[in-house]
Design a protein around this ligand. Sequence first.
Ligand SMILES: *Cc1c(COP(=O)(O)O)cnc(C)c1O
Length: 332
Amino acid sequence: MTDARLTLADVFAARRRLDGRIARTALVPSPSLAERVGVPVHLKLEQRQITGSFKLRGATNALLALSEDARARGVVAASTGNHGRALAHAARKAGVRCVVCMSRLVPGNKVEGIRRLGAEIRIVGRSQDDAQKEVDRLVAEESLTMLPPFDHPDIIAGQGTLGLELVEDCPELETVLVPLSGGGLIAGVALAVKTAKPDARVVGISMARGAAMHASLMAGRPVAVEELPTLADSLGGGIGLGNRWTFRMVRELVDEIVLLDEAEIAAAVRHAYWQEQEVVEGAAAVGIGALLAGKVRPHGPAVAVLSGRNIDMSLHQRLIAGEDVQLDATAG
Ligand SMILES: *Cc1c(COP(=O)(O)O)cnc(C)c1O
């Protein structure tokens, strides 16, 4: 653990770095959800961010905060998901070398997606651990900088810029619903929102299958959980047993964590499509899901953050058609 703390000044510094490099996404009212829960509900359409998720905010901020020297050597990550996409895009825009390491088991369309965004791809071994070993080797032998997906102050400050936008666009907000995995998004958003509005309630939502931050808070320290296939695949993975930033920030700043089952996540993806005309991935729909399931009952204006849209479109099609998708076969 570290004694250093992030402040609102770090989030404003991130906002200056991101100026002109990310989209300011819209906050729109949701009449259908307002009718269900009896208070105004707004959706933050961050799934329309460049690269399809909020991860571009943190990745761009962390990249631009590196020294000239580190930038000249390049960056590396093991993520094949939204962080990998974001880092590849941010690095190409900044003219920085970016290597993304992945195992042979990663599906070809994911590999191609990241390659098209301009990253060098290294395919090594048969597991995420093998890919991480290659990352460690590149850091040790080629002096590349590893930028992690959530547990890093510049990543958290970058994600916090989303929180600034929420407070500016909905000054009366009372409850914010934020998808939660490693906690970079919710830590940054909670820092920004709570500094401006100490009485606002920040609620994290995870899938019941393998909610690592929730289990860690219960245990009082970072713990590992079994990873299981879930429709909210971007919420999978651990928080890191050596977590330095997000565990403490979530413990201090987040009011409540709510868990959703797979049927609730599927219903939320469906609702986003049929009622809001929005295509979102499972992870991004959990705020809607928590409201629909009655697991969060806001007393005043609420905002649900739709965090990403990178879903396999054939899976999306099956979900919106109402199919009872068999997770073990599709989401693993
Ligand atoms: C990464 C991600 C999350 C979770 O963010 P954390 O900072 O790890 O909590 C939520 N939704 C989407 C779409 C993501 O890509």
